[in-house]
Every structure is written in structure tokens, then in C-alpha cells.
Design a protein around this ligand. Structure first.
Ligand code: ATP
Length: 228
């Protein structure tokens, strides 16, 4: 069943148009990679669908029209965002950060700390004293505490040490395998994405230009769309 429908999404920053026509679907339980070179519109697409930025076009989530909702209403419908730059409450402890986000459902503090045992070890520490990787785990944990139907990750492994990145990819694979949670991922690690994502949508200059399983992406398309 389709969980999210995005059709002909267009968005502006003032007079400058960032998205022209972005279209894709996410099915229940599907892991979708949103890809494209720098500045092609990935973050803008995510901000639009979380209602942090006005956009025109069709946005439907779980059979509801998202387009008129406020960010907190989109969150309540079940979109859990892990924003770029892992914004946690710096002066709250790990436990307080998690508890502040909590909504009823299977994802509680015990479930989150089972997924990220480091968060249990750091439970009494304030977020600002955590390493970058631990803050990223906390940001993912906070989104899970809202018990989302769709988890949205914007550059969750950016700038992290290889070992921490691996821990995050392992956690995402477990989420997919064990919970069947739908996940939308923006990330630059093509190899890891290819392992976890069922399909990819590639943006070029504010348009969705390519859709399919990543193993169908030819070397020529990889160079053209991703510049690698
Ligand atoms: P990156 O991988 O660099 O994060 P991206 O694919 O996420 O790139 P966006 O951040 O969505 O790209 O940017 C899309 C376009 O919108 C770019 O041309 C960018 O310069 C522009 N843009 C993004 N944020 C703003 C803003 N706050 N004000 C004006 N223009 C913006």
C-alpha cells in the first residue's frame, strides 16, 4: 500500500525556484533513497514534505492531504524527521531529549537504547557533551520516540567517523528488517544506500529524473546524476 505520494512538487526560496517537479511514492515498509548532486533539491524536498517550507503540488500521506498541515501536524500524522545537522536540545540530557519527543507506541526509551546501546551509557549526559555520532544516534532516537510511520533522514552519516557511520547503517538495516518501517534517506554513501534501499529517486535541478532499484543505475547514469 502507498504511504506517501509526492506529485509535481514545486518550491521557492523567495523569488528563486528550487523545486520544479518532484514526484515519487513510498510504499509501506519501503526504504527509498533520495539522491542527487549538491544543490539539486533533496533537503528542499524533505523540508516541503515535513511542512517546514511551503510547496505546491500533491502531497498525500496515509490517505490524508499533507499540503495544508503545519509541521507538528505532519509529525503527528507519522512523519519522523531526523534533520540535517542533528538538532537535539543541547542542554537536556539524553533521557530528557528522548522523553520530550515521546508519543505512544512500540518505540519507547528501552527500544531506542536497545537499538543504540551508547545512548543507555550516556543517559544522564547533556546532549552538548556527546560526540557527533552519539548526537546523531540521539537525533534518530528522538524521531523514533514519536513512533513514526515514515522515518526521514537527511544526511545522517555526514561528517561522522567510519565506525559510527557503520553503526548507523546497521541500525537502519535492523529497522528495515525487524520493524518494516518505511524510511526515506538522503545520503551520499552510494554503497551503503545500495545495500539498504529498495529503490532510489534521483533529483536533478529540482526535478525527479530517475527512479528505480539502484542496481539498475548504469555507470554512465551514476556519473551524470551523482558525479561519481
Ligand atoms: P546538498 O546535498 O548540498 O544539501 P540538496 O540537494 O539538499 O543539496 P537543497 O539544499 O534542497 O539541495 O537546495 C536546492 C536549491 O535551493 C539550491 O539551488 C540551493 O542553493 C537553494 N537553496 C537552498 N536553501 C536555500 C535558502 N535558504 N535560500 C535560498 N536558496 C536556497
Amino acid at each position: 500500500m502507498t504511504l506517501l505520494t509526492v506529485r509535481d512538487l514545486a518550491a521557492f526560496y523567495g523569488a528563486s525556484q528550487a523545486l520544479f517537479s518532484v514526484s515519487f511514492d513510498i510504499a509501506e515498509g519501503e526504504v527509498l533513497a533520495l539522491m542527487g548532486r549538491n544543490g539539486m533539491g533533496k533537503t528542499t524536498t524533505i523540508r516541503s514534505l515535513c511542512r517546514l517550507l511551503p510547496a505546491s503540488g500533491t502531497l498525500r500521506f496515509a490517505d490524508r492531504d499533507l499540503s495544508r498541515l503545519k509541521p507538528h501536524q505532519a509529525a503527528r500524522l507519522g512523519i519522523g524527521l531526523v534533520p540535517e545537522g542533528r538538532r537535539c536540545f543541547a542542554d537536556l540530557t539524553v533521557t530528557e531529549n528522548l522523553t520530550a519527543a515521546a508519543r505512544p507506541g512500540p518505540w519507547d526509551r528501552a527500544a531506542v537504547t536497545a537499538l543504540f546501546p551508547r545512548l543507555a551509557e550516556r543517559s544522564g549526559q547533556v546532549a552538548r557533551s556527546l560526540s557527533g555520532g552519539e548526537q546523531q544516534m540521539l537525533a534518530i532516537g528522538r524521531a523514533l520516540m514519536t513512533n513514526p510511520r515514515l522515518l526521514v533522514l537527511d544526511e545522517a552519516t555526514e561528517g561522522l567517523a567510519p565506525m559510527i557511520r557503520q553503526e548507523i547503517w546497521t541500525a537502519l538495516s535492523r529497522l528495515k528488517r525487524e520493524t518494516g518501517m518505511a524510511i526515506l534517506i538522503v545520503d551520499k554513501s552510494l554503497k551503503e544506500l545500495a545495500q539498504v534501499a529498495d529503490r532510489a529517486v534521483i533529483l536533478s535541478r529540482g526535478r525527479s529524473e530517475w527512479t528505480g532499484p539502484l542496481d539498475r543505475l548504469t555507470p554512465e547514469e551514476t556519473t551524470r546524476y551523482l558525479g561519481v
